[in-house]
Write a protein that binds this ligand. Structure first.
Ligand code: IMP
Ligand code: MG
Length: 174
């Protein structure tokens, strides 16, 4: 099937918004050190760009999770595929995600990380699809709210492709 990608948010729009969010985070965490946790693989591009724009001290760690069960299972659960390298106890943790969709993954992940006793726990996402939410999650920083469409680029994939696009696009099938 032929497929093409239509631009939804240009590289310039994304860069400008990440700059603004980076400045906001720098203000909010003034006098503190922020520990960024990247949810692989989708969050990787966003976290690197965001980290470069934060002016308070930053440390970083990476985690990979996959969901158990299918969408027909109401609550679902997550499996840790790659755990963090370091303890988060006493740290100001900021989870960096590519997209919040149903909210299932984040809701499980936040519970799991809260149990490890960070000093604070917040969530920053590049994209938010509020229309798709099934489980409520407190999102502290959102770059863009988008309509319910399947998007790629800036870390987001369709069958593992398109992560490297420097903009956000919608996949169209003709
Ligand atoms: P949630 O648990 O439903 O919020 O799932 C979030 C995960 O689904 C994200 O971290 C993405 O990996 C994936 N996902 C959701 N929507 C999209 C999309 O439009 N494009 C690419 N991946 C998506
Ligand atoms: Mg993801």
């Amino acid at each position: 099937m032929a497929e093409r990608v239509e631009v939804l948010l240009t590289e310039k729009e994304v860069d400008e918004r990440i700059q603004a969010i980076g400045e906001q985070i720098s203000k909010d965490y003034e006098g503190k050190e922020v520990h960024l946790i990247c949810v692989l693989k989708g969050g990787a591009f966003f976290m690197c760009e965001l980290a470069k724009r934060i002016t308070v001290p930053v440390s970083m760690d990476f985690m990979s999770v996959s969901s158990y069960g299918s969408s027909t299972v109401s609550s679902g659960s997550i499996k840790i595929v790659k755990d963090l390298d370091d303890s988060i106890m006493g740290k100001h943790v900021l989870i960096v995600e590519d997209i919040v969709d149903t909210g299932r993954t984040l809701s499980h992940l936040m519970k799991l990380l809260k149990d490890r006793n960070p000093e604070s726990l917040a969530l920053c996402t590049l994209l938010d699809k509020p229309d798709r939410r099934v489980v409520q999650v407190p999102v502290d920083y959102t770059c863009f709210q988008i309509p319910d469409e399947f998007v790629v680029g800036y870390g987001l994939d369709y069958a593992q492709r398109y992560r490297n696009l420097p903009y956000i696009g919608v996949v169209k099938f003709d």
